[in-house]
Design a binder for this molecule. Structure first.
Ligand SMILES: [Zn+2]
Length: 385
C-alpha cells in the first residue's frame, strides 16, 4: 500500500496526560487522508493513501482501519483516548442517515452506508460530514477564521467547493446541498458558458480551474498577442495551465494578467449573491488556484481584485464589515475540520441514529450495499449532481 506519512510539530511533543484525540478522514476521488488531531485542533500526524475507488468502499474501509491501527501503534496513544472519527466525503450524500448517495468521483460507491460501516469496522463513533463543510470548519477551528462568527470558504479547484459555518455550526442544507455555491448563476446570456453540471452560466464554469483553462485556451486559439501561445496548445495541458498562467502573468504578459483579473471579477459576482444569502463575517479563498496566495504579488493582487470588485457591488454596511482573506490550512483543512466536527458532535449532541453503547467492533467482512430508497427528490425536480 502506497502511504505518505506527515508528522506535525504537535506530534513530536510528549503527549499530555488525559488528552483526548480525534481521527479526521478526508476521502476524495484520488486519495484518502487519515489524520490524528488533538483536542485543541493541532494535527499530530497524517497518512495519505490512494483511494482506489474502483475496488469499492468496503476495501477502502479495511485500509483506513489498518492506518488507524498503525497510528495508534506508532503514537502509543490508547484507544480509550480516541473520542471519535470525523469522516468527510464529497456529495451527494444523506448526512443524517450516514449514506453516500452518488459521489461524482466514485461512481461505484453509490448508496453505501459508509458512516456505519466505518464505525463497525473501526469501533469508534463516526461523524459524517460534507468535505466542503469540513474544510470550512477546519479554518474556523484552527485556521484563518478562528474567532469569526460566520465563515464561508471558497475552494478553487477543478470545481468550486463552498463550506458554510455559522455561529459554530455547519450549514449543509435540507438536502445536504447547502454549499453548492459553484452553481450560482452569474451569466444569463444565451451564450453563457456551460457548467459541468449540465446547466449554463454557473460561477464554476468561469472561475474554477477548469473554467479558467477553457477561457485561456479560447483566447490562445483566437490568436491574440500573448506569450501564452508559445506554451499552451491543447486541453491535454489542463493540469499545468493555471501554473503557466501564473508564470506568464508574473513575467508581465498582459493577456495572462487579464484572465486572472477576469477570474477575480467572476468570483466577486458570485460572492455578492452568497453574502446576500448567508451574511457571514468572513470569506476565505483557498484551493489549488490562488496564484501563490499571500506569498506572491500576483496572489495578493488576485485577492485585492476580488475584494475591490465585491465591495463595489454589495451593500456598504456589509462591505465595511466582511473580511475577505486567503484560507490558511491548505489541503489539511478537510481532515482537521472533520476531526473538529467529531469533537463538536461528541461534546454537544447525543447521536440518535448510532447509539454509542451499541458500538462494537465487527469483522471487516463486506456487506452488500443497501439500496437507498427513502431519499426524496427535491420538490423542484432538481437533478442531484
Ligand atoms: Zn453548475
Amino acid at each position: 500500500m502506497t502511504v505518505k506519512k506527515t508528522i506535525y510539530p504537535a506530534g513530536s511533543v510528549n503527549k499530555r496526560h488525559g488528552m483526548t484525540y480525534y481521527f479526521g478522514i478526508d476521502l476524495g476521488g484520488t486519495s484518502i487522508k487519515v489524520g490524528l488531531v488533538n483536542n485543541d485542533g493541532e494535527p499530530i500526524c497524517l497518512y495519505t493513501i490512494p483511494t482506489r475507488g474502483e475496488r469499492g468502499p468496503e476495501e477502502a474501509i479495511v485500509r483506513i482501519n489498518s492506518i488507524i491501527e498503525r497510528v495508534l501503534a506508532d503514537t502509543l496513544i490508547d484507544r480509550s483516548s480516541i473520542a471519535g472519527i470525523g469522516l468527510a466525503t464529497p456529495g451527494t450524500m444523506n448526512i443524517p442517515k450516514g449514506m453516500l448517495l452518488s459521489p461524482s468521483n466514485l461512481p461505484s460507491w453509490k448508496n453505501f452506508p459508509i458512516r456505519d460501516r466505518l464505525r463497525d469496522v473501526c469501533g469508534f463513533p463516526v461523524t459524517f460530514v460534507h468535505d466542503a463543510s469540513a474544510a470550512a470548519y477546519g479554518e474556523y477551528w484552527h485556521g484563518a477564521a478562528q474567532g469569526e462568527e460566520g465563515v464561508i470558504t471558497i475552494t478553487l479547484g477543478t470545481g468550486i467547493g463552498c463550506g458554510i459555518v455559522l455561529r459554530g455550526e455547519v450549514w449543509d442544507g435540507i438536502h445536504c446541498h447547502g454549499g453548492e455555491c459553484g452553481h450560482i448563476i452569474i451569466d444569463m446570456s444565451p451564450t453563457a458558458r456551460w457548467c459541468n453540471c449540465g446547466q449554463q452560466g454557473h460561477l464554476e464554469a468561469y472561475a474554477s480551474a477548469t473554467g479558467v483553462v477553457k477561457r485561456t485556451l479560447e483566447m490562445v486559439h483566437a490568436g491574440l498577442n500573448t506569450s501564452l501561445s508559445q506554451r499552451i496548445y491543447s486541453i491535454e495541458q489542463q493540469l499545468e495551465i493555471p501554473k503557466i498562467l501564473f508564470e506568464e502573468a508574473s513575467g508581465g504578459d498582459a493577456l495572462s494578467l487579464r484572465i486572472i483579473d477576469d477570474t477575480a471579477f467572476y468570483l466577486a459576482l458570485g460572492l455578492v449573491s452568497i453574502v446576500n444569502t448567508v451574511d457571514p463575517s468572513c470569506i476565505l479563498i483557498g484551493g489549488a488556484m490562488t496564484f501563490g496566495g499571500k506569498d506572491t504579488e500576483l496572489g495578493r493582487n488576485f485577492l485585492q481584485t476580488i475584494d475591490r470588485q465585491f465591495r463595489q457591488r454589495t451593500f456598504s454596511y456589509l462591505a465595511e464589515r466582511i473580511r475577505i482573506d486567503y484560507a490558511q490550512l491548505g489541503s489539511d483543512a478537510g481532515f482537521i475540520g472533520a476531526a473538529g466536527l467529531a469533537k463538536h458532535e461528541n461534546e454537544t449532541k447525543t447521536m440518535p441514529e448510532q447509539s454509542l453503547s451499541s458500538i462494537k467492533r465487527v469483522s471487516a467482512k463486506p456487506t452488500k450495499p443497501t439500496k437507498q430508497t427513502k431519499h426524496r427528490k427535491p420538490k423542484n425536480g432538481k437533478k442531484a449532481q
